[in-house]
Write a protein that binds this ligand. Structure first.
Ligand code: SP5
Ligand code: ZN
Length: 360
């Protein structure tokens, strides 16, 4: 399947993510995408350049205020002299437009460059550097280009998006994400094909962004399998087992340490559930941070697990856009993505019909 790519991802190379007030080395690095590309090119997936799309594809999913802020955040930080004093190279919030602070008041856009990120960011782990906006924009363009390929008749297309996107809501960014690439692709498919579109998120963390963006309607049916936030995992405040009150949403929150069997079964269950809504297309938010070797992943899924999960998704036999999300074990990330894509292709081709997880 085509591998949609932009060189601009390298423009985002965050230095530090601030965790519990302590700057720690940022893990969402350019080497991740390079490793994926190397593995997929070797496997014969043809490279396709991401094409720039109009702003309307972004404003269909995100508030204009968020987009305007992200586009200018680094320049205003730089102009305010914050790189010299206090010596912070990247845009990092310190004060947040918390719902409990504001009550019914509409959040203002603060005057100070050091206050403005707290209007839009929900964590301190998602820094904005000089090239972050251009990279984030290129990742959204990659997802849109993959959607265009599928709309043009390709059975499936993979967008090697960096930075990732699935934690971003309509108006707030975080979780190493700036634009919700998968949601943008789903909205693009929805506009072209009509409702519903299915979006299934298999990243190790809850796909809170799509749930929030599409939660009020059944136009995009959203499912996510991830480690249980109640066991102490990001995004902590939502993603618990069940539906979080959203209209056409289902979350499967797994206990840490389960390995392939419960994870593959959950992916297959989400696929069957989404299929029941009669979707016209599928977006897969493919994080591979559920892998056994991933730093900080507790789910311990193997390459065989990603392959089997991919097969269950491919077995829906829908036009399929695959969007890269997390995955931080650079030594393994390429082979894990390759395994998932192989599985999706086999499912789409009907190889081994009747043996998909949950049917065999
Ligand atoms: C796209 C994606 O996979 N985002 C994941 C964001 C989750 N970040 C988790 C933060 C947990 C912090 N653990 C300490 C890290 C010290 N560097
Ligand atoms: Zn993740």
């Amino acid at each position: 399947m085509p591998l949609v790519w932009s060189d601009d991802h390298v423009l985002h190379a965050p230095r530090a993510e601030v965790w519990v007030g302590v700057p720690t080395p940022a893990v969402e690095q350019p080497a991740r995408a390079a490793a994926i590309r190397a593995e997929l090119e070797q496997a014969g997936h043809p490279l396709v350049a991401a094409e720039q799309h109009r702003d309307e594809a972004l404003t269909a999913v995100h508030d204009r205020a968020l987009l305007d802020y992200l586009a200018g955040a680094w320049q205003e930080w730089d102009a305010a002299g914050l790189r010299a004093d206090p010596g912070q190279e990247e845009v990092v919030p310190y004060f947040f437009a918390h719902a409990g602070l504001l009550g019914d008041a509409a959040p203002a856009l603060p005057a100070a460059a050091w206050a403005r990120p707290g209007r839009f960011a929900f964590d301190t782990m998602t820094p904005i550097g000089r090239g972050t906006w251009q990279a984030a924009r290129s990742a959204a363009d990659a997802a849109l280009t993959a959607a265009d390929l599928v709309l043009g008749g390709a059975p499936a297309a993979y967008a090697c998006c960096r930075p990732p996107g699935h934690h971003v809501t309509r108006a707030a960014y975080g979780g190493s994400c700036y634009l919700n690439n998968a949601a943008i692709a789903a909205q693009h498919l929805l506009a072209a094909l009509g409702a519903p579109v299915a979006l299934i998120d298999v990243d190790a963390h809850h796909g809170n962004g799509a749930q929030s963006i599409f939660g009020a309607t059944a136009d995009v049916v959203t499912g996510s399998v991830h480690v249980d936030p109640a066991a102490g995992w990001f995004p902590h405040f939502l993603g618990f087992d069940g539906a979080d009150g959203a209209h056409a949403n289902r979350n499967v929150a797994l206990a840490p340490g389960g390995g392939d069997e419960p994870w593959v079964a959950a992916v297959a269950a989400l696929a069957r559930w989404a299929s029941g809504h009669g979707p016209r297309a599928l977006v897969v938010a493919l994080g591979v941070d559920a892998a056994a070797g991933a730093p900080e992943s507790p789910l311990r899924v193997s390459a065989a697990g990603f392959h089997a999960g991919g097969r269950a998704l491919g077995a829906l036999r829908l036009p399929t856009v695959v969007v890269q999300e997390g995955g931080y074990d650079v030594a393994a990330i390429g082979s894990l993505v390759r395994a998932a894509l192989d599985g999706i292709q086999e499912g789409l081709a009907g190889a081994g019909r009747g043996q998909e997880a949950g049917h065999g």
